[in-house]
Design a protein around this ligand. Structure first.
Ligand SMILES: [Zn+2]
Ligand SMILES: [Zn+2]
Length: 299
């Protein structure tokens, strides 16, 4: 795997989840979003070694497993490596079952996820961060941007490179999944606005083929907002007829021709709930219980 330079000491390694690398003067490295699988962690260590670098810290932009499972592979190769995450992501990382369980509001059934052992694996966050991270006299800005999940926090290096994790969805992801996986629409809208106001030159989205300039990131953010607006308008239209959350989701999946498996259905179910919460907050919808069903409707 190539270690590609973005600017100054800031690099990235391509992957299903892109991995950021910041190299200090002594050639030790801060790895950002190590990615999925223990094997990838080992491969990251080999790639760094080929370039005279070595992993010393690993930061995850948020609590989703595909962003830090590889930490285990890095730890096997570099035992002194320390794991860094935002304080709001920490509870989910240290108790993986929380994220699994909130999707289905119970113990996860066997249909959920490829690997049943994920939920019982233990990770400990060595360095919880909030707004700033300083390592070897280098300052990194940390910005909490919840919405996709509660613990999302982007990191900006002194080379003006922002590692965005899943805070912004790339065009290819919006086309592939169409419905973005979101926990809170209101937080997501605030976070997208916040990212537009951050000061950086280069942005790396975790699931993307390209590094983007800040002005391109701003354009992609506008497209992310358009997707939110479109889904909200569709839900308001659907709720002219009182409908259950499952019925709303069914219509959205059919209208947008989205195919699901058990897990992706529940990501979309979560996003539907996030839209309902946002509409309720603004008194646009209300609900009624009738004959064993909760019906939502427009006011
Ligand atoms: Zn994610
Ligand atoms: Zn992701």
């Amino acid at each position: 795997m190539d270690v590609n330079k973005i600017n100054g000491h800031s690099y990235y390694i391509k992957g299903g989840t892109n991995t950021g690398v910041y190299v200090f003067k002594d050639k030790s490295a801060l790895v950002i979003d190590a990615g999925h699988t223990v094997g990838r962690g080992r491969r990251i260590c080999s790639s760094l070694e080929e370039n005279g670098m070595r992993a010393r810290y690993v930061y995850t932009t948020h609590e989703h497993f595909d962003h830090y499972e590889a930490f285990q592979g890095i730890k096997q190769t570099a035992p002194h490596v320390e794991f860094i995450a935002h304080e709001m992501a920490r509870p989910y990382i240290e108790n993986l079952y929380i994220g699994k369980a909130y999707l289905v509001s119970s113990a996860p059934p066997k249909f959920q996820g490829k690997r049943a052992d994920e939920a019982t694996r233990y990770f400990s966050v060595d360095i919880p961060v909030n707004e700033k991270l300083t390592i070897k006299d280098r300052d990194f800005e940390i910005h909490h941007v919840p919405g996709h999940c509660m613990g999302q926090a982007v990191i900006i290096t002194d080379d003006r490179v922002c590692y965005l994790g899943d805070s912004v969805f790339d065009r290819t992801i919006m086309a592939k999944y169409d419905m973005p996986f979101l926990y809170s629409i209101d937080y997501q809208r605030q976070s997208l606005e916040k990212i537009k106001n951050l000061d950086f030159d280069h942005g790396l989205i975790a699931h993307s083929k390209n590094v983007y300039s800040k002005s391109e990131i701003d354009k992609i953010i506008d497209e992310n907002v358009e997707v939110l607006d479109r889904y909200e308008a569709d839900i308001i239209e659907i709720l002219k007829t009182p409908s259950s959350r499952e019925e709303i989701l069914q219509q959205l999946l059919v209208i947008n021709e989205i195919e699901c498996n058990f897990e992706t259905y529940h990501y979309n179910y979560s996003t539907t709930g996030a839209f309902l919460a946002s509409l309720a907050e603004r008194n646009i919808i209300d609900y009624t219980y009738d004959q064993g069903k909760i019906y939502y409707y427009g006011i």
